[in-house]
Design a protein around this ligand. Structure first.
Ligand code: BGC
Length: 553
């Protein structure tokens, strides 16, 4: 028999399995000092809001010192806070306030690349070719008579070459922007330094880590490098691709796991790994590795019953094999907000990377069905919050915010907009616009000053303070759903119910929690049971189109 204490510890160690995690993009959440940039004191000031929302954890996108070449994913120093955002003391204060409110804290770790202002990179550039300092990155000679051509013709993820030349003529590898040199993970000091970083934040009381592009760290870069066309032919599912998802990356995460397990409860981690197959993703979710991995399957799906059902089935089946839990996410700081995706004309071969849909749909001026998109988003979210596993929410979705498409070029910040990333249309700024807290004020209550990305006039309608008072608001829907989820959530199981209608998905969770979603355009009859909550007003026993209802069966 376990003692009461052991049981409590085991429960605590499992807090993440079915957590509702709320992503904060710190520069755009709340601005306490009125300089137009969100800060950690701003997060602290909003702890009562987060508590009332009913989330279990927050995940903070990077708040480290950074020139913001890539929204903070260019890290100058992994063990400090950007002075524009606060101090380590502010961080401790914020963590204490969140913990006091029963909310766990997850921070973002960016291990594939540093920034070109990181001390080790500056040292590498200064030390010159052949130096030990350059070994920590991927430096190479160029091609051409004078080495004037990059070592390969590879394109960086945000456009432009994947190599950047330094003054003495050598080139370094940058998977994203030139300001983000890739670390050489074969180097023991790089490995050691990241272990130190994990301990640094864990010692400060952080409960877990979101691991940025977890699949890219290890590279195989022999003397003779493949060309871009040759790379495109290589298999991405065998663990042997030179640049991504190599099997050796899991050795790193096994080392990290040992560090996580030094703590009680063990520190949690979730991998961001856009890999090719569910089987490849499962490797990141192994209990000997990071333990959980994001599934973006629902995020790239249409609002369509058949797609939702097969994705849910596949994901649940997969976690049974790994022992992890499923992850569900519709929105984050990299993609078009889901209210907007579901409100744009249907696109064949839908792709959700930020802005592509707008461009395919005819540019930022393209017709957006605001109400219809939000209605479908609310239905999808309510369905997701009934699923077993972790639900990841992105700041502002609880307000029903739409993507901001109309941002003038001179106000944009995202490198993918400026560098002409192939996959991108408008960049990712539209989902990173500072939140509207009040209907008035110079930045809709974001802070006493302005907002570092321009907020549109229509933000006034979505202000949190207004929604708090409005019974059917999206904010109140999220609050009620999250509170009920806590109450109803039990074992990580789901049982599909036959609805006799392929537009309607229904499933029960242990204890008689029934979720029904009508994906169709026509109203349907609600099944028997006490109605607990619905994403749209329900009259009598009719479930309207594009609506989810929760019932006690
Ligand atoms: C992050 C992006 C970032 C990229 C490079 C991603 O997956 O979520 O915001 O630009 O990694 O760090």
């Amino acid at each position: 028999m376990p003692t009461a204490l052991q049981t409590a510890t085991a429960l605590d160690a499992d807090w993440w399995r079915q957590a509702a995690v709320y992503q904060i993009y710190p520069r755009s959440f709340a601005d306490a000092n009125g300089d137009g940039i969100g800060d950690l004191k701003g997060v602290t000031s909003r702890v009562p809001y987060l508590k009332a929302l009913g989330i279990d954890a927050v995940w903070l996108s990077p708040f480290y010192p950074s020139a913001l070449a890539d929204g903070g994913y260019d890290v100058d120093d992994y063990r400090d806070v950007d002075p524009k955002i606060g101090t380590l003391e502010d961080f401790d204060e914020m963590t204490a306030a969140l913990h006091q409110a029963g909310i766990k804290v997850i921070v973002d770790i960016v291990p594939n690349h540093s920034s070109d202002r990181h001390t080790w990179f500056l040292e590498a550039v200064a030390a010159g070719r052949g130096s030990a300092a350059r070994e920590r990155f991927h430096f190479r000679e160029g091609r051409g008579a004078q080495g004037e051509l990059p070592p390969t013709d590879w394109t960086a993820s945000f456009g432009g070459p994947r190599w950047t030349r330094v003054a003495d003529g050598q080139w370094y590898l940058n998977t994203f922007t030139p300001e983000q040199p890739d670390w050489n993970w074969d180097h023991p000091e790089v490995r050691e330094d990241f272990l130190r970083t994990l301990r640094f934040w864990s010692d400060r009381g952080v409960d877990g880590f979101r691991v940025d592009v977890a699949n890219l760290l290890v590279k195989d870069l022999p003397e003779q490098l493949p060309s871009k066309d040759e790379l495109a032919q290589l298999d991405r599912t065998s663990g042997t691709h030179p640049l991504m998802d190599r099997d050796e990356v899991h050795e790193i995460y096994r080392e990290w796991r040992k560090v996580f397990n030094e703590y009680d409860p063990p520190r949690f981690a979730v991998a961001e790994a856009w890999v090719e197959t569910a089987e490849r993703r499962a490797k990141y979710a192994s209990p000997e590795g990071l333990g959980q991995a994001f599934s973006f399957d629902l995020l790239v799906a249409d609002f369509e019953a058949g797609q939702f059902r097969s994705i849910i089935e596949q994901n649940l089946e997969q976690v049974r094999a790994t022992g992890s839990t499923s992850t569900w996410v519709f929105s984050n700081h990299d993609v078009t907000r889901h209210a907007t995706r579901y409100g744009l004309p249907p696109l064949a071969g839908r792709t959700v990377k930020q802005g592509v849909e707008w461009v395919k749909a005819g540019g930022p001026g393209a017709a957006l069905d605001r109400q219809g998109g939000l209605r479908r988003a609310r239905a999808a979210t309510l369905l997701m919050l009934a699923l077993p596993g972790s639900a990841y929410l992105y700041q502002g979705e609880e307000l029903g915010l739409h993507e901001v498409a109309q941002i003038p070029a001179e106000s944009r910040q995202d490198p993918s907009f400026f560098r002409g990333a192939e996959w991108d249309g408008l960049g990712r700024d539209g989902c990173r616009v500072p939140l509207p807290w009040t209907p008035q004020g110079s930045s809709f209550g974001f802070g006493a000053g302005g907002a570092h990305l321009p907020q549109p006039d229509w933000f006034a309608e979505y202000a949190a303070s207004t929604q708090e008072e409005a019974a059917g608001s999206t904010l109140n829907l999220y609050r009620q759903a999250l509170a009920l989820r806590h109450e109803l959530q039990g074992a990580e199981e789901l049982e599909w119910q036959d609805t006799g209608n392929d537009q309607v998905l229904a499933f029960t969770r242990p204890g008689g929690w029934l979720s029904v979603t009508n994906f169709g355009n026509a109203p349907v009859q609600l099944p028997d049971g006490e109605l607990l909550l619905a994403s749209q007003p329900v009259h009598g026993r009719t479930l309207p189109a594009h609506t989810t209802a929760w019932l006690r069966a």
